[in-house]
Design a binder for this molecule. Structure first.
Ligand code: FAD
Length: 336
């Protein structure tokens, strides 16, 4: 492998049912910065069936070029079909860097592509950069149970691959005036390449709010004490127009579903207001919410780590503080 032959930054533009996943747009935002640092092209890779219309959105969110691979066999994601098309294209076009969103699909696709291309992949990165000489992608992620951050470089193999969870980066402002090259690529793919058949897509209808999209989050931890007291948080969320979330301890106690967990093994959130109630602020929790615009912590213990991370730290029993907050927000609303 001649590393000098590899150029450009690729982002896998994941779409489901013709809808682009927001993490792909966020990756284009971060990919733009990396591509600009290296002075190279940012390419979005779009696979599916009859999805070419999505390409202009990828351009508006930062891509210099979109490679579109369309085929009925790519309509629903399958590991075999997507891996084959992507690896064939990567072998032909030789990207230097390749980012994939850490969604269910990305977590399946990324390692398979990396293994087939005999390269390395750093999963669930929390920051991405380029070294001073512009040679290596520096991919940072929590390691050893989140107790330290490891920065990983892939020295001898290309492309340098990384996955990033939704909500870690911000997408760029949409610029519909941007023009770029949209290329329909040709590739070989037959039914024999795909060992699985999608017989039926069964969608789970869950009434779940995506906490990574919420502007106001009222998040509860072990200090909430029990499921009944979680209703207090729900009441506060209602008066403030927010959504409830939880630490892993609260989820493990069965007080809220797993979809609402914030942190390293939950979701990454960056709301305008994050109210942490009875949460100590373990590093694995902070990893998922420390980029929130304004953090309010309610805790009995003034020395809890969350209090240092907070813009406003309220020392007190949440059973007293939250009802008071609800009363004050209500009173203010009534006086408006
Ligand atoms: P605790 O740490 O027990 O804190 C409870 C807090 O409530 C204390 O600070 C206490 O002072 C306060 N309190 C008690 N009673 C009251 C009261 N009446 N009023 C006000 N304050 C009160 N954790 C996550 O949250 N998300 C993750 O994604 C995650 N991933 C992990 C991944 C790995 C690999 C590992 C090893 C751990 C992970 N954890 C995660 C767990 C994490 O280390 C902590 O154990 C967890 O975050 C603790 O949750 P907590 O803050 O709710 O509980």
């Amino acid at each position: 492998m001649n590393i000098a032959d590899y150029k450009g930054v690729w982002v896998f533009a994941e779409q489901r049912d013709g809808e682009l996943q927001k993490v792909s747009l966020e990756l284009l935002g971060e990919g733009r910065k990396i591509a600009d640092k290296l002075g190279v092209k940012l390419t979005a890779l779009l696979l599916g069936d009859k999805i070419e219309g999505l390409a202009k959105n990828l351009v508006a969110y930062g891509a210099d070029e979109v490679l579109v691979a369309e085929d009925p066999l790519l309509k629903n994601y399958t590991t075999d079909a997507y891996t084959k098309v992507i690896c064939d294209l990567a072998n032909e076009k030789k990207p230097d860097i390749f980012f994939i969103g850490a969604t269910f699909i990305g977590r399946d696709l990324g390692p398979r592509v990396a293994a087939r291309l005999s390269t390395g992949l750093t999963a669930d990165c929390t920051s991405l950069d380029i070294d001073e000489e512009g040679r290596y992608l520096l991919a940072t992620r929590p390691a050893f149970g989140g107790n330290l951050m490891a920065t990983i470089a892939c020295a001898d193999h290309r492309p340098q691959m990384a996955t990033v969870r939704p909500g870690v980066f911000e997408k760029l402002a949409k610029d519909e005036s941007k023009v770029a090259n949209i290329e329909k690529v040709s590739f070989e793919l037959s039914e024999n390449d795909v060992r699985t058949k999608v017989v039926k897509v069964v969608k789970e209808h869950k009434d779940i709010v995506d906490i990574s999209e919420a502007n106001i989050l009222i998040s509860g931890g072990r200090g909430v004490g029990n499921k009944e007291t979680f209703k207090l948080l729900q009441d506060l969320a209602e008066v403030m127009g927010g959504t409830v979330a939880a630490s892993r301890a609260a989820v493990e106690n069965g007080w809220l579903e797993r979809d609402y967990q914030v942190g390293q093994t939950g979701k990454t959130v960056r709301p305008n207001i994050y109210i942490a109630c009875g949460i100590s602020g373990a590093i694995q929790h902070l990893a998922g919410m420390q980029d929130s615009d304004y953090i309010i912590a309610i805790n009995k213990d003034a020395t809890a780590p969350i209090m240092k991370a907070a813009d406003l730290a309220i020392v007190g029993d949440l059973n007293k503080v939250i009802p008071e907050l609800i009363a004050q927000v209500k009173a203010r609303k009534e006086n408006q």
